[in-house]
Design a protein around this ligand. Structure first.
Ligand code: ADP
Ligand code: TRP
Length: 321
């Protein structure tokens, strides 16, 4: 089973990225045949500062490796090191109906917010489809926000196969219900673009301040809270603390007697400990950037091998060769 996923380097990665995409991807490594990449071409629709793109790209590389991506088992690369993907984008883009792209949430949401769309933003689902189809991918672990893009990818692959004969593998999304949409500090979906994130590797003082600053209601500590399961800190504890610890916090909050300050303190401690080992690994990696660069280059060479074969098939099928 070939698994593939990508993350856009448009800001520091957060626990929504971690639980929605990275952890399932890392767990899939036990079955082998995993392809993971840093989607730096995708970042071009939102980031226009070259230095910023480089910084985020390196940050995502460090985050993935620190969190357990094993470059010996998995193929790990920077998207732009395999430029074949842009050629496949053209081949499949020429078969993609405008109407399909006009219905994309990613495009509709951004234009609704007043962002004036460029060609890249409009064409983004086609590039994403090419990312997936270029590697004969079968399974794509993502958060729920990407479901529509996966459906579009399937439609595009089917259309290509109907037009030019069986060429591309039709992939499936892997969306885990329990972590499909991690809420942000404001209760909306956690996202780099909403400024409501808990970073995986934030600075200790800043993160403590962020977590202690989560806004709750004005009920006194003594008051019972029948809606304890909806409490944001409880929802985060369910991800970051052992199940029985999270359940205990929830019971105490429900019964009354547990103050929000103590609850948030507990949350911070569990958050900080959850990523402690990964944080130490990240610091080691950051002190050895030549190694990180060689991991990415080696990954690109392996990815390119597969990409070249699939692209050759698509060129042949469509009469370019
Ligand atoms: P962001 O919205 O922060 O820019 P990306 O679009 O780069 O995040 O998402 C990278 C991966 O992380 C995707 O698979 C996406 O579905 C997943 N993801 C992002 N935010 C969340 C969230 N709040 N809950 C679950 N998964 C998420
Ligand atoms: N579009 C995805 C996101 O914003 C990132 C991404 C790009 C991706 N190409 C991909 C995810 C291919 C899975 C497969 O989250």
């Amino acid at each position: 089973m070939r698994t593939l996923t990508g993350i856009t380097p448009s800001g520091a990665l957060h626990i929504g990225n971690y639980f929605g995409a990275m952890r399932p991807a890392i767990e899939a490594q036990t079955g082998g045949d995993c392809f993971y990449f840093i989607a730096n071409y995708h970042s071009m629709t939102s980031v226009t500062d070259a230095a910023e793109r480089r910084t985020h790209t390196l940050g995502v590389a460090l985050d993935w490796l620190a969190c357990g991506l094993d470059p010996k088992t998995s193929v790990f690369w920077r998207q732009s090191d395999v430029p074949e993907v842009t050629e496949l984008t053209w081949l499949i883009g020429s078969l993609t109906p405008m109407g399909l792209l006009e219905r994309a949430h990613s495009y509709k949401d951004k234009t609704a917010k007043g962002i004036s769309p460029n060609f890249g933003l409009f064409a983004y689902p086609v590039l994403m489809a090419a990312d997936i189809l270029l590697f004969d991918t079968q399974r794509v672990p993502v958060g729920r926000d990407q479901r529509q893009h996966l459906e579009m990818t399937r439609d595009i692959a089917i259309k290509f196969n109907e037009t030019y004969g069986e060429t591309l593998v039709v992939p499936e999304a892997q969306i885990r219900d329990d972590v499909a949409t991690i809420p942000g500090l404001d209760g909306q979906k956690m996202s780099k673009s909403y400024g409501n994130t808990i970073e995986i590797f934030g600075d200790e003082k800043a993160m403590r301040k962020k977590i202690m600053g989560i806004v709750m209601d004005s009920r006194t500590p003594a008051e019972p809270k029948p809606d304890a399961d909806k409490n944001l800190a409880i929802q985060f504890l369910r991800l970051l603390a052992p199940a029985e610890v999270a359940a205990d916090y929830e019971t105490r909050l429900r019964a009354g007697g547990l103050g929000y300050g103590d609850l948030k303190k507990g949350l911070f401690e569990h958050y900080w400990n959850y990523f402690a080992a990964a944080r130490a690994r990240r610091a080691e990696l950051a002190a050895n950037l030549d190694h990180v660069e060689s991991v990415l280059r080696d990954g690109a060479a392996r990815a390119r091998n597969v990409a070249a074969k699939v692209l050759a098939r698509a060129r042949q099928a469509s009469g370019l060769e």
